[in-house]
Structures are given as C-alpha cells and as structure tokens.
Design a binder for this molecule. Structure first.
Ligand code: HEC
Length: 120
C-alpha cells in the first residue's frame, strides 16, 4: 500500500505486521544491519535509521540509499554505499522503508516481527 503521494505505508495489527513490512525486516537484516546495527538502532559506524526516519521523508531516504553519501568527518571518512544498481535492495526499498518507519514510529519492537494473515 502507498498513500496519495506514493509513500509506502505499513500496517500493524495486534503487534503483527503486513507481509511487506516483514519482508523489509528481512531485507534490512541482509543488506543494512551490518553497518546500521540490529533493529535499525545504529552502531559506532553508521547512524540509527530509527532516529533518521523521525525527520527524513521517503524521498530523501530513497535518494540516500540509491546514490549513497560520503561524510568527510574529522575522525575519517564515513561512507554510505550506493545501492542504485543492487536489485536485492532497490526492488525492496519500499519494504525496507516500511519496516524502518514502523520501527521509528514505535509500532514494531525489536527482533523479528510476526506477520498477520492478509484477509482472503
Ligand atoms: C558499509 C556500511 C553501510 C551499509 C551496508 C549501509 N549503510 Fe546506510 N549509512 C552508512 C553510513 C556510514 C552513513 C552515514 C553517512 C554520512 O554520515 O553521511 C549512512 C547513512 C544512511 C542514511 C542517512 C541517515 C541520515 O540520518 O542522514 C540512510 C537513510 C541509510 N544510510 C540507509 C541505509 C539502508 C536502507 C541500508 C541497507 C539497504 C544501508 N544504509 C546500508 C553506512 C552503511
């Protein structure tokens, strides 16, 4: 699901998430966790995306993940890689956003979320 502007939406029912948000959790774990830490909470190497998404909108998020970013800090270069040509990320970017946004909104806890069954 997306809203009128095309921003991906997540759904949470009784603490369980929709399939897209669950997929986002799995994709986050395989592509982003190594730098951004468990459950989006950040590490000494890369910022907490749970915090970032309190300010950052979907379009900015998409831009940074697609194009990467380099921050020449005093303590050395911190590099957010460019994922624009990585289908494992680009095909699932909306779901990764859904998961992180749900975490950021405090709607999903830490660890692997449970899925609810879609109505048939
Ligand atoms: C190799 C380590 C690494 C991986 C893997 C990585 N990132 Fe990053 N990311 C960083 C670093 C370091 C920064 C901070 C860059 C800076 O300070 O400009 C960053 C910044 C970001 C930001 C901007 C945060 C802000 O508050 O401005 C977003 C959004 C982001 N990453 C999303 C992702 C997503 C989504 C994935 C997985 C698809 C991912 N990153 C994978 C290292 C990584």
């Amino acid at each position: 699901m997306v809203d009128d502007e095309g921003v991906p939406l997540y759904a949470v029912r009784d603490g369980k998430v929709d399939q897209g948000t669950y997929n986002g959790y799995r994709r986050y774990a395989s592509s982003c966790h190594v730098c951004h830490g468990p459950d989006g909470l950040g590490s000494s190497f890369a910022p907490s995306l749970v915090d970032s998404l309190k300010q950052m909108d979907y379009w900015k998020f998409t831009d940074v993940v697609t194009n990467g970013r380099t921050n020449m800090g005093a303590t050395g270069d911190k590099v957010m890689p460019t994922f624009g040509s990585d289908p494992n990320v680009m095909l699932h970017l909306a779901d990764i956003y859904r998961y992180l946004k749900a975490r950021s909104d405090d709607k999903v806890g830490r660890g692997r979320p449970e899925r609810f069954k879609a109505p048939s």
